[in-house]
Design a binder for this molecule. Structure first.
Ligand code: ADP
Ligand code: MG
Length: 247
């Protein structure tokens, strides 16, 4: 089976700070990858590079075999748009538009693209809000919602363009503990539906349960990767063990 994401020797530096050091990995369609590692190890920068929220300084990224970036340089804007439109991203702080209703948040991107009729877009936003358990919140503003509800709206919004890859950057880190479960349930359901996902998370039990593979990032590298059984049950590196003991 060919890879849906292929990253080769990805490098990113901010000035003299090397944040990503020659990262290479592949993700197969339907795979769920959990990324764990200490703060500052480059997890967010790696995810953001995959959707061109960062400019990289070296290496290549192929999505569906198409070139998003090669030898440190991104493709042209039309290609970037086409490729990243197949990818959704969910952030730690939800990033909802406060001046738009829940439905407005979901429908903004597809309405801007103008590829589908308003009726088709509205039907999908209703369907996706139902899927995340928020059909009754379509007409309220984000400020009326709990953190868990906001994050479920953000996930529904990320699904509006029918992506086949979803990237999550610490989706539950800003939530009170009692609200993380409702968000993790939605992500778990997407995993069961074979969505391809990369999930940066501090929820070790969740990573162990849901992920097919785990990457331990440290100091700008994927220091160790393997099945959840390998990484959590029998980590090979001292620094992986140290990190897991602290979590
Ligand atoms: P993580 O998500 O694992 O906590 P990040 O990818 O956010 O790590 O950050 C990795 C490193 O890059 C950190 O040292 C961080 O301070 C640095 N960094 C991230 N974004 C910027 C930026 N825009 N400018 C300068 N340094 C940055
Ligand atoms: Mg981060």
């Amino acid at each position: 089976m060919s890879s849906i994401i292929e990253v080769k020797q990805l490098q990113k530096s901010f000035g003299s700070l090397d944040v990503l050091k020659q990262i290479t990995f592949e993700v197969k369609p339907g795979e769920v990858v959990a990324v764990i590692g200490p703060s500052g190890s480059g997890k967010s920068t790696m995810l953001r590079s995959l959707v061109h929220l960062e400019e990289i300084t070296g290496g290549s990224i192929f999505i569906h075999g198409k070139t998003l970036a090669e030898n440190g340089k991104y493709a042209g804007s039309a290609a970037i748009r086409d490729i990243t439109a197949t990818m959704g991203m969910v952030f730690q702080h939800f990033n909802l538009f406060p001046h738009l209703t829940v439905r407005g948040n979901l429908e903004l991107a597809p309405r801007t693209l103008k590829r589908e009729s308003s009726q088709v877009i509205a039907a999908r936003s209703t369907e996706l809000l139902t899927k995340v358990g928020l059909a009754d919140k379509a007409d309220v503003y984000p400020s009326m919602l709990s953190g868990g509800q906001k994050q479920r709206v953000a996930i529904a919004r990320a699904l509006m363009l029918n992506p086949d890859i979803l990237l999550f950057d610490e989706p539950t880190s800003a939530l009170d503990p009692e609200l993380t479960g409702e968000v993790l349930r939605v992500i778990r359901q997407l995993a069961e539906e074979n969505m391809t996902m990369i999930i940066v998370t501090h929820e070790m039990n969740f990573a162990r349960d849901v992920a097919d593979r785990v990457f331990f990032m440290d100091n700008g590298e994927i220091a160790e990767s393997g099945t959840p059984e390998q990484i959590f049950g029998n980590p090979q590196l001292e620094r992986t063990r140290t990190f897991l003991n602290q979590e």
